[in-house]
Design a binder for this molecule. Structure first.
Ligand SMILES: Cc1cc2nc3c(=O)[nH]c(=O)nc-3n(C[C@H](O)[C@H](O)[C@H](O)COP(=O)(O)O)c2cc1C
Length: 539
């Protein structure tokens, strides 16, 4: 995080970035124009000189089925110990496999990432626990280890955490900018959203709750994580604070203060340098400054909406197994279909329910409404559909989407599922074209454009730009795991032609924007690709 500097009109700067980072059919957003492989960033941050503790690999000890977890069933909360936190980190941010093809080898993680570049870093803030010292620890996913980045001066430090910990996320923007240039800031936010959901699912599998600490400002969070220590980062790529998540067996204490936790910490270690050199993307710096969350933002009241219980799925796979087997499909077969019942169940999982992960960690009411390109749903006509995640948004959507749409409620869907048909018809070419001509959007069962209320939430609060992307990432993570549980596979789509979709829909202004795309279908595996276990190198 760079030293403070003011942006005269942060909202205008955010909007300018958003417009400049759009892909268009005749002009992609500014990018590096080729990959400089000699400068490829190291995907793993380390703090050289920080004391480290290797964590046990114990996720296999969890038996709860994903089918139960997705309906909000939790085991009795695990005691807060190093070993239980090790499971949290393994299932949220840990490695899930190594892939090998030809001379290349790369790691996959439980949290997906645009281009597998993994900008997201994790920090655990904990009081003294069995086998774990108090302080701020950086999670090193390659080795499944904690590096103690800061130790407190006082033995009572962290007592206000009262039976919980904070897991904070940050982003190394350079990791994404190396490949994607200006649009990379958006991808870092998507990835953060996926990671928030990954933490919430993993915590629920341990019987814990997660709450997003939405009132902690970015500069305060940077100080707690040591990301504002410019001397430490003099030779290393900067990391930007994203979000702090409370993890515990009950709700967070009301008086939890980031300033109090930041006091009396002694930092050790030097972040490693990730690339020989770094290419500047001034537009990314501008939006980073403009979209900083100020201190003491008034937190929203947590949601109370409680639709009917989520439809059950018949799959006995343990959550810990399913989470680690999640993969992005690189191609779909173009023939697999899914039943209407399963499709409705999967869409139903995108509605917030107070005790169901991961949306029970999300404090805001829904601002994202999935637009669905239905291709192969048995018993449902192909066409364009919309899932309304918040009833009050309907008049605003109908007013904004000015083309002639049916707005016909899908009668077959469960009564509580607000699914609307906009128009019937073959939507495969449209889905492919809008997704930068990627076949994965057409060969699947269905594709999604995450239509998001845009201009209104940003008024007076430009930092919400990031929250909007995070929400799409949370929904993407739900789709990844729901697809896996249905015997299918999902893939995030960050490459899409923003305004092509907006024009089709008849959107004339910035009241709504599609911020992320997704696709779910029957995958084609690449037989040349070899899969290796995630932590064989530790034995
Ligand atoms: C935000 C985001 C955007 C993505 N965009 C694309 C895309 O446009 N096209 C694509 O084929 N894959 C896309 N992916 C899939 C990633 O390439 C994939 O997550 C990454 O390679 C890691 O693999 P895994 O998901 O199997 O762990 C995206 C993933 C995320 C999280």
């Amino acid at each position: 995080m760079t030293a403070n500097h003011t942006v005269s009109d942060p909202l205008a700067a955010v909007i300018a970035y958003h417009q400049a980072s759009k892909h268009r059919p005749d002009r992609y957003a500014p990018g590096p124009g080729g990959l400089d492989w000699t400068n490829q960033p190291d995907p793993f941050r380390r703090y050289v000189g920080a004391p480290r503790v290797e964590l046990p690999l114990r996720a296999d000890t969890l038996t709860l089925a994903f089918a139960a977890l997705r309906q909000g069933q939790r085991p009795a909360p695990h005691p807060l110990t190093r070993d239980a936190l090790a499971i949290l980190l393994e299932l949220a941010l840990g490695l899930s496999a190594w892939k090998q093809q030809g001379g290349s080898r790369w790691a996959l993680r439980c949290n997906p990432s645009s281009g597998n570049l993994h900008p997201t870093e994790g920090y655990l803030i904990c009081p003294a626990l069995p086998d774990l010292a108090a302080g701020v620890h950086h999670y090193h996913s390659h080795d499944h280890a904690l590096e103690r980045r800061a130790a407190p001066d006082s033995i009572t430090w962290g007592s206000e955490l009262q039976g919980g910990v904070v897991l904070a996320l940050s982003s190394v923007h350079w990791r994404e900018a190396w490949k994607y240039g200006l649009r990379a800031y958006r991808y870092c936010q998507h990835d953060c959203g996926h990671a928030i959901a990954a933490v919430a699912y993993a915590a629920a599998a341990l019987g814990w709750q997660v709450r997003l600490l939405s009132h902690w400002g970015d500069e305060e969070l940077a100080a707690l994580l040591g990301l504002d220590r410019m001397a430490d980062f003099a030779a290393a790529e900067l990391e930007y604070p994203d979000v702090a998540l409370w993890v515990g067996s009950a709700a967070p204490p009301t008086e939890l203060s980031v300033q109090a936790l930041s006091a009396s910490l002694r930092f050790v270690g030097q972040p490693n340098r990730l690339s020989p050199s770094q290419v500047a993307w001034p537009g990314m710096d501008e939006v980073e400054h403009a979209a900083r969350r100020p201190p003491e933002v008034v937190p929203p009241a947590f949601q109370t909406l409680d639709p009917s219980p989520l439809t059950a799925v018949d799959n006995p796979t343990a959550a810990a197994t399913l989470i680690r087997q999640r993969r992005s499909a690189v191609a779909f077969d173009g023939v697999t279909s899914m039943s209407a019942e399963r499709w409705f169940g999967l869409l139903d999982a995108l509605l917030p329910r107070p005790k169901v992960p991961p949306l029970d960690a999300w404090p805001w009411s829904p601002r994202v409404h999935p637009l669905l390109f239905a291709h192969r749903i048995d018993g449902v006509s192909p066409g364009l559909y919309l899932l309304l995640r918040q009833a009050e948004a309907l008049p605003r959507l109908r007013q904004a989407l000015q083309n002639e749409w049916d707005w016909a409620r899908v009668e077959q869907a469960p009564a509580h599922l607000p699914l609307y048909r906009l128009t019937p018809g073959d939507a495969r070419n449209a889905a492919r074209m809008v997704s930068c001509h990627q076949d994965i959007a057409a060969d699947s069962c269905f594709a999604v454009g995450f239509l998001t209320e845009f201009a209104a939430p940003l008024q007076g609060a430009p930092w919400r730009y990031r929250e909007l992307f995070w929400e799409t990432g949370l929904l993407g993570q739900i789709l990844y795991l729901e697809a896996e549980a249905a015997g299918l596979r999902g893939t995030g789509i960050g490459c899409f032609f923003d305004d092509v979709l907006h024009q089709w829909l008849g959107l004339k202004d910035l009241s709504w924007q599609s911020l992320y795309h997704f696709t779910v279908g029957g995958p084609i595996e690449d037989p040349r690709m070899q899969s290796l276990p995630p932590y064989a190198h530790r034995r």
